[in-house]
Design a protein around this ligand. Structure first.
Ligand SMILES: [Zn+2]
Length: 86
């Protein structure tokens, strides 16, 4: 599974990554492949969470109006403003 595939899987299942890049998905079946990919890409996910990257925003529907493009990446302005790292 590539990082892009993992990010799509996270969005499709509305999974939430905590600030330590561990998964928070109570009462949700998460395929083993997805769990393994989260571990494999943990370092990159940590970087994205710390940078408030749009792909790891935990509440995309609520934050959609504040997304902006900066230095080649989409950033969630709401997570950045609120200091949310999920
Ligand atoms: Zn956000």
């Amino acid at each position: 599974m590539t990082l892009d595939q993992l990010l799509r899987a996270i969005r499709a299942s509305s999974l939430i990554l905590l600030s330590n890049a561990r998964l928070w998905a109570p009462n949700t079946h998460v395929p083993l492949e997805t769990r393994r990919a989260i571990c494999a890409y943990r370092r990159e996910l940590l970087r994205m969470i710390a940078a408030h990257h749009w792909d790891v925003c935990p509440t995309r529907d609520a934050h959609r109006k504040e997304v902006y493009y900066c230095n080649g990446e989409w950033i969630c302005g709401a997570c950045e403003r609120l200091g949310i790292v999920a």
